[in-house]
Design a binder for this molecule. Sequence first.
Ligand code: GLV
Ligand code: MN
Ligand code: MN
Length: 457
Amino acid sequence: MHLGSGLVLAAAGAQGEGEPFGLAAAAGGSTILPMHQGLGANAAAYGAPLMRRLEQLAAFTEIPGQLTRRYLSPAHLAASRQVAAWMREAGMDVRTDALFSLFGRYEGQKPRAPAIMLGSHLDTVLDAGRYDGALGVLAGIAVVAELSRRGERLQHAIEVAAFGEEEGSRFPAHILTSSALIGAVGPKLMDSRDKDGISVREAVVAAGGNADDYLRCARTAGEIAAYLELHIEQGPVLEQSGLALGAVTAISGSHRLSVTVSGFAGHAGTVPMAQRRDALAAASEMILAIERLACSDKALVATVGQIAALPGAQNVIPGKVRFSIDMRSPADGVRDRAHRALLDTFEEIAARRGVEVEAATYQRNAATPLADGVIAAVLQAIAACGQAPLSLPSGAGHDAGIMARHCPAGMIFLRCKDGISHNPAESIAVEDAEAGVRALLEATRRLDHWLARPGSQ
Ligand code: GLV
Ligand code: MN
Ligand code: MN
């Protein structure tokens, strides 16, 4: 059943019926967790403890009274230490890599088996909610804690990953540490600087790490058999469908740009209007052009979230303006065309206003389809938990989008209140947290069986 914009509601109870990879059969049906109570029946087993930990983790913040935990801030490092302690308590061996991704490993039946990685990120946006990123990391630990409590080992190891700088809130280096895992970080990103002029390299050294080792973050092919991320949806679809969980089919691509407009600073009282080269007035026109362009195509969104006008005085005509652009679309062609159109428009505005413009594109991520086998495992896990299996695309970027370039990757979305995210009002229900852990465990078991079958990928 199609619900529009790429949304598909599969037939409920479709487990085992014509699924592409024979996952249900491979998983042996009833060897899975007892799910007969349905998703929301009992929030006590995993949901309530998970919500308590999410609350505890939200106390690790740079700014008291709100949650702001930027990559490699003391709050981020302290949160990582707390999460490492929870990983050890759940029976995992813990290590960090050179860029401070944190990994907890729970061995499989045989030592050094390839791992199913369950992960997300611990850094946050400025004035964040408490579930974006943290949910997936702590739910992964809850899955391992449950296996460990039962004394059970899967055929694969499980690694829980806590990535950093997924948000790009500190450095112009969005989805940084999972990119390092797949070997996609180079010297340019390592030398990028935060607003205080500190480079990633310097921040790693200040945190006690060895920045020269960043290439060693790369994991070899085959070490990670699959990646699965539980994340809040950050949109309204699940809530509007009355469902707690969904399987993610693809992740929108994004372009991130840093734009500098250079005019000429001058006296706010003496320079006639016709003789000004006001960088902020020119930037304002550019920003409205971005909005117009994004509104012209349903498959496109664009945001200017940062702007600085220099010298920033009330009585000085702004001589220089820097602003960011975050532009996304599930269709790479739409985004590429919009990008080119914007650059032409900026040139036209700059020429007319006698200013200069430089637009640096520092990140381009193509739209990423997630792996059919992992999507099937997630849909079947959701169905086994008693919910109609819904699939939907993601407008937000995620570590899973990077990991999909390295191994079969998938995501489970979890309903959040009013679809609100990147906002302190982010909220989830304890029953949904319970459902999220159950579905993550269920999907992990199914992946374990599927991946162990010859020729499964
Ligand atoms: C990450 O949350 C992003 O999509 O910006
Ligand atoms: Mn996130
Ligand atoms: Mn986010």
